[in-house]
Design a protein around this ligand. Structure first.
Ligand code: NAD
Length: 247
């Protein structure tokens, strides 16, 4: 029997990387999975490969669309807020638009989904909210991740607030704080850097004391745990999964 048997899960940014790996892992563990992403192409590809996953296009910046998705889906047991965007640069490279865009996609999106999904979750007796943060947050300063780290630190504050406010009513809320994960967007970020591709990739790898990147599937294992009843005593946590980067 799967560890998420009988549970309904809703995931944002499930088109690729960690969100997609989690959608597939949740399905394998017996959940009914609602996978969403801004990209229709990625949702079509996921549906083709895993017809049992419900897919829909959803831009987490669109409050109306988020509310409609919550109304359509009804009560869920697991809400995994995975959407996030990396702005590369120091505070001097970050203009007002990049600042606002980063907070909109990475933080305000979680306010939107939590506000839309929580009432039905509370009415149903509870559930697990999982927010995607990062080691680059209040945990560790990383070069050229100024606004990104600020947003991911804010995610930890939001996570603890949701956990504190709704603990007695059956809602658990935890954050995942990965180190560097081998995903399509990481590959894009490495390719966008000046200099030699292999040197730049090696620099990202070297940050992890284990000398390798995480796979998206390894992060999905933690998302399975936090979504399942095995983590029933966990709330308000910031779960570091970083191959030793933050040591
Ligand atoms: P990714 O960046 O490769 O893919 C992101 C997905 O989000 C894509 O499918 C994209 O279409 C979708 N997306 C983009 N904008 C969206 C929007 N407005 N609404 C809905 N979907 C949208 O995936 P990843 O690297 O696995 O990152 C997923 C999450 O994990 C992010 O929050 C990221 O900050 C976090 N994270 C990643 C790493 C890493 O090294 N990859 C490390 C720590 C944290």
């Amino acid at each position: 029997m799967g560890r998420l048997e009988g549970k309904i899960a809703f995931i944002t940014a499930a088109g690729q990387g960690i969100g997609r790996a989690t959608a597939v892992a949740y399905l394998a563990e017996g959940a009914r999975v609602h996978a969403t992403d801004i990209s229709a192409r990625l949702m079509d590809e996921l549906k083709d490969e895993h017809p049992a996953i419900e897919t829909a296009v959803l831009d987490v910046r669109d409050s109306n669309a988020v509310r409609q998705a919550a109304a359509r889906t009804g009560a869920v047991d697991v809400l995994f807020n995975c959407a996030g965007y990396v702005h590369a640069g120091t505070i001097l490279d970050c203009d007002e638009e990049a600042w606002d865009r980063s907070f909109d996609i990475n933080v305000k999106s979680m306010w939107r989904t939590a506000q839309a999904f929580l009432p039905a979750m509370l009415a149903a007796g509870g559930g697990s909210v999982i927010n995607m943060s990062s080691c680059a947050s209040s945990i560790k300063g990383a070069p050229n991740r100024a606004v990104y780290s600020a947003t991911k630190a804010a995610v930890l504050g939001l996570t603890k607030s949701i956990a504190a406010d709704f603990c007695e009513r059956g809602i658990r809320c935890n954050a995942i704080c990965p180190g560097t994960v081998d995903t399509p967007s990481l590959e894009e970020r490495i390719r966008a850097l000046a200099g030699d591709y292999q040197d730049n990739r090696s620099a990202f790898v070297a940050r992890q004391k284990m000398g390798r990147l995480a796979t998206a599937e390894e992060i999905a294992h933690l998302a399975v745990y936090l979504g399942s009843d095995e983590s029933a005593f966990c709330t308000g946590g910031a779960y570091v999964i970083d191959g030793g980067w933050s040591l």
